[in-house]
Design a binder for this molecule. Structure first.
Ligand code: DC
Length: 495
């Protein structure tokens, strides 16, 4: 795709800032210009490399070839109306709003023929907001809806499709009506349910709230102003979804009241089957170094035809980059900045084999070196870096059945997973590591290795953020006297 001369992003929050980072990382524009409401946001967006320049005035979008409106839903239409006078012929506008019918209809009312608008909605985000949470890979591997109506210009639609493709995002072209129905069901309705559920529970009961309640209401603390606008903008879709939900709630209420146990059980069974059909399985394996997580994980992935995700390799890869760049490992800010601008990918192959790519380079051998192993903890202890890794791990696993291994798979990254905790005696783990190093042709005495493992155990389990720990619902396996096949068999028996 030809490089854009100037892309303007209006609203440099989480979504706008992440888009800016991605556009700049991929070199898709000569200039990325940001518009925000506060000077502080512009400053921060420039600092993290999300935009080249910025301003508080909408007028400064002039001479842009592409404008991406990333404001809250309630401001999209008025923002587009305000910028029209400053736009050149054939300027392309798109947005990222989570509702489409009303926005597209309203914009089409005043859009001049020489300017094209394509309604868009990337299905990516986070509970976090603002430029501080922006990340270059937010959209990678996810899906963006693009809307098509009678007024949509095919050429403009193709260009926006290509734009998202370069960002690393799949696209689906859909009518505005269908878009709003889908999003009402899979996104707007759950938010409303979380809010209603929270409001319906008596406050005095809340102090006993358990995990199920917390799981279901995680999204109940969303921004009120934002949601007020979304409800207004997708009234039709939300009302339809709510009506369907209410029908189901009434069915459940009647079955409980009538004690119709058979039909009640059928409802639970039906939901379980439906979820199984659409949701993928995650097997989380945690444990200390040398407990056998990787061999077991790979073997298991191979047997089940699952993807194997080695999260330790990700922490190793960014450590390798920091070492290569000669970054002072105590310089937290520099490490965080470097991590933000780093691209980690896996090529998943058959038989549990994976190739890790650090900024496109295969580094699977280098990350196993002793120097990397010793220095990983400088990066792995930083909450900002862990946050990015966790996001990436979730993203890499989306839509796949996976075996994920590391230290915080069950406790943080995949709380919904089937969890296992592998362990082995220090002596056994030392001997395993010794044999591994022999293969890698690195020298170390048993005594040195034992000391290293002790230090790593301590660092992994004592750090403040996401320490290695055995969560209650993880199945514990002491692998000291077990072969790989035996461990795999035990895990399979628990699935
Ligand atoms: O599993 P490994 O030895 O390749 O992991 C390397 C280091 O990365 C390990 O000492 C701790 C850290 N790590 C982590 O903090 N969280 C993970 N999920 C995986 C690894």
């Amino acid at each position: 795709m030809k490089k854009f001369n100037k892309i303007s992003i209006i609203g440099t929050g989480l979504i706008g800032g992440s888009l800016g980072l991605a556009i700049k990382q991929k070199g898709m524009a000569k200039e990325v210009f940001g518009i925000a409401k506060h000077q502080e946001t512009i400053k921060e967006a420039i600092e993290i490399g999300a935009i080249d320049k910025g301003s508080l005035r909408l007028k400064d979008v002039e001479k842009s070839e592409l404008i991406i409106v990333c404001t809250p839903v309630g401001e999209i239409v008025s923002t587009i109306q305000k910028i029209i006078p400053f736009l050149d012929q054939s300027c392309l506008i798109t947005d990222v709003g989570s509702t489409k019918e009303e926005i597209v209809k309203e914009v089409n009312k005043f859009l001049p023929p020489h300017i094209h608008f394509v309604g868009g909605h990337p299905l990516a985000g986070s509970e976090k907001r603002g430029i501080k949470a922006a990340q270059a890979n937010l959209f990678e591997g996810s899906l963006a809806f693009l809307t098509k109506s009678k007024q949509t210009n095919q050429d403009a639609l193709n260009k926006i499709k290509q734009f998202w493709k370069e960002i690393g995002t799949r696209t689906k072209v859909i009518s505005t009506d269908k878009h709003d129905k889908i999003v009402a069901a899979i996104s707007h309705l759950p938010h409303i349910v979380a809010v209603s559920l929270t409001n319906s529970v008596q406050s005095e009961h809340l102090k006993y709230a358990a995990k199920s309640w917390k799981d279901l209401t995680r999204i109940a603390s969303s921004d009120a102003l934002l949601w007020k606008d979304i409800c207004l903008s997708n009234k039709k879709g939300i009302v339809e979804s709510l009506e369907r939900l209410i029908e189901h709630l009434v069915i459940m209420k009647d079955l409980v009241a009538k004690e119709d146990l058979q039909k009640l059980a059928n409802q639970f069974r039906r939901a379980r089957q439906k979820k199984l059909r659409y949701e993928k399985i995650v097997i989380a394996i945690d444990g200390p170094a040398g407990a056998g997580k990787s061999v077991v994980g790979k073997r298991l992935a191979d047997k089940l035809d699952f993807v194997y995700l080695d999260t330790g390799a990700m922490y190793r890869a960014i450590t390798l980059k920091a070492i290569r760049k000669g970054i002072n490992l105590n310089d937290k800010n520099l490490l965080i900045k470097m991590c933000r601008q780093t691209k980690i990918d896996f090529i998943f192959k058959k038989r549990g084999q994976v190739v890790l790519l650090l900024d496109g380079e295969d580094v699977h051998k280098e990350i196993r070196k002793g120097e990397v192993t010793k220095k990983v903890f400088y990066l792995a202890k930083l909450p900002e870096i862990r946050e990015r890794m966790v996001d990436l791990q979730r993203k890499l696993s989306r839509g796949k059945n996976i075996v994920a291994e590391g230290r915080d798979m069950g406790s943080v990254v995949f709380p919904q997973a089937k969890k296992f905790y592998l362990d082995a005696s220090l002596k056994e783990r030392t001997e395993r590591r010794y044999k591994q190093l022999l293969v890698q042709e690195e020298k170390a005495s048993l005594e040195e290795i034992k000391k290293d493992i002790r230090v790593r155990d301590k660092k992994d389990s004592k750090r403040k953020t996401a320490p290695l720990k055995r969560v209650e619902d993880a199945f514990y396996i002491d692998t000291t006297k077990m072969g790989i096949e035996e461990v795999v068999k035990r895990i399979l028996a628990r699935l």
